[in-house]
Design a protein around this ligand. Structure first.
Ligand SMILES: *Cc1c(COP(=O)(O)O)cnc(C)c1O
Length: 393
């Protein structure tokens, strides 16, 4: 049986992949079995920021795999500890909890803010505690992260949802300010919404959230699972906004392609979770942490971040030209995290046509194309995608 036939029979149908089968990848290209290169503007959904199979990541994985793959969190191992150091020193200065995915990092954040509320406010008041989230947000598929993801079609089949979440419209400053009250324990938001269609929140929204949290004694938590790790042109998206959260979650690009997630806090929140409160078997294990440390070296680099900003501007300028020509609307984004809408819809058809031209694009909705190339994308590669869109639309 072919791989497709085997998948049809044995793999649970949570995804409906496109008819492409990749066997190898390098830089910004994925290769099929016939050796045909495909230009990647998806990055494995924002994972392969370093470029595919970055030599430093490959070397770190090879070296670590031959030495120690797993020992459990019952013992210290160096790569995980060094990764926590790197995460904390590059951001909020407190402590890091290492896990395996974005949803898992957000689960840890939800548990942390809940425990803090119980400790500070008492169980009775904390029982009314709410986490304020934004319309259009995506925080993951596990039950807590799903409850924080106010999208009817994702939540409805899995009712009832975990209680204690409240949704406010995106970029509505007065609604946000009004929603954050004495029962608010946290505001959780993506500085740039990803799955919702690439919506950078305004700096005013982030500042309003910061001020409202300070007023209410609530924690401000940024989900940087997609917009972190250099994607927007700064290592952390919050740096580009100049608004500091109390905690951030990251994953996707953190492991250089391997599954790694993390919750990072300020010193104030660093000791909320104590032994026995939370855990995860694989979190911080040597192999994935070694990969993440290698990816960190590549991504936390001013030269690369300047390249992200330059390529982001090139993509932005090209999308603006397509907008002027009436071919797209609503071009938006930051750095190399961008999207544009098609005035007549048909995003899935454009993605299919792109695949035919060996360009990988992704649609976040019926009329929205998302652009998430590896951060090492070249000018020529950006121009090729823009040329394709100019001809196709
Ligand atoms: C992808 C994503 C998640 C979920 O990450 P998983 O690793 O798939 O669990 C959470 N938040 C954001 C912003 C994401 O883009």
């Amino acid at each position: 049986m072919s791989v497709e036939q085997l998948a049809e029979r044995f793999v649970m149908r949570t995804y409906a992949p496109r008819p492409a089968l990749f066997v190898r990848a390098e830089g910004c290209e994925l290769f099929d079995a016939a050796g045909r290169a495909h230009l990647d503007f998806v990055s494995g959904i924002g994972v392969c920021n370093t470029g595919h199979c970055h030599p430093a990541v490959v070397a770190a994985v090879r070296e670590q795999a031959g030495r120690l793959i797993h020992a459990s969190n019952l013992y210290w191992t160096e790569p995980g500890v060094r990764l926590a150091e790197r995460l904390v020193e590059s951001s909020l200065g407190g402590r890091a909890f290492l896990c395996n995915s974005g949803a898992e990092a957000n689960e840890a954040a939800i548990k942390l803010v809940r425990k803090r509320a119980v400790a500070q406010r008492g169980a009775e008041r904390a029982a009314r505690g709410r986490v304020v989230v934004m319309e259009g947000a995506f925080h993951g598929r596990t039950m807590g992260a799903l409850a924080a993801t106010p999208q009817e079609q994702k939540q409805a089949p899995f009712a009832p949802m975990l209680a204690g979440f409240q949704t406010v419209p995106r970029d509505d400053l007065s609604a946000l300010d009004a929603a954050v009250g004495e029962d608010t324990i946290a505001v959780l938001l993506e500085p740039v919404q990803g799955e919702g269609g690439i919506w950078p929140l305004s700096a005013e929204t982030l500042r309003t959230a910061r001020a409202a949290c300070d007023r209410a004694g609530a924690a401000l938590v940024f989900d940087e699972v997609q917009c972190g790790m250099g994607r927007t042109g700064t290592l952390w998206a919050y740096e580009g906004y100049g608004v500091r959260p109390d905690a951030l979650t990251c994953a996707k690009a953190l492991g250089g392609g391997l599954p790694v997630g993390a919750l990072v806090t300020t010193p104030e929140l660093a000791d909320v979770l104590e032994p026995g409160d939370h855990g995860t078997t694989f979190g911080g294990s040597p192999l994935t942490a070694a990969a993440a440390l290698a990816a960190f070296d590549v991504l936390d680099d001013e030269g690369l971040l300047a390249h992200v900003r330059a390529m982001g501007e090139r993509l932005e300028a090209g999308l603006a030209e397509l907008e002027d020509a009436g071919k797209v609307t609503g071009a938006r984004g930051r750095g190399l995290m961008r999207a544009a809408d098609l005035p007549r819809g048909g995003a899935a058809e454009v993605v299919s046509a792109a695949l035919g031209e060996r360009i990988l694009l992704n649609a976040t909705g019926p009329a929205t194309i998302r652009f998430l190339p590896p951060l090492v994308v070249s000018e020529e590669q950006v121009d090729r995608v823009l040329r394709f869109l100019g001809q196709q639309l």
